[in-house]
Design a protein around this ligand. Structure first.
Ligand code: SF4
Length: 106
């Protein structure tokens, strides 16, 4: 077993890559979510729901894809369908966890 384990590795257990999605992938992801945000009239997430989302990402994500260091501490989800600035993403009510954990984990 290596003395130092790199943070950004493919996790064999969860089968997810703990690397920030590429810039191109992130642009695709944001572009895909934009129509729903616009259609909602940029509806804001209630504070209680923001706290719930943060709690799930930071403490309960079964895939352990939370990276608190990204975007100068705003944090991100390293899922290939995300890579968003979570402070920004969480502001929009229609935003979704790519694995629906926000809805399924209490
Ligand atoms: S958005 Fe979902 S998959 Fe990503 S870190 Fe949060 S709970 Fe995990």
């Amino acid at each position: 077993m290596p003395l130092l384990t790199p943070i950004h590795v493919f996790d064999k257990k969860t089968k997810h890559d703990r690397r920030m999605p590429s810039l191109a992938r992130r642009v695709i992801n944001v572009t895909a979510s934009a129509p729903a945000i616009v259609a909602s009239g940029f509806a804001k997430t209630p504070d209680k729901e923001i706290e719930h989302r943060k709690d799930v990402c930071e403490n309960k994500c079964p895939l352990k894809l939370w990276d608190p260091t990204a975007y100068n501490g705003a944090g991100t989800c390293l899922h290939k369908k995300c890579g968003c600035n979570m402070k920004l993403k969480n502001r929009f009510e229609v935003s979704r966890c790519p694995e629906n954990f926000w809805e399924t984990i209490k």
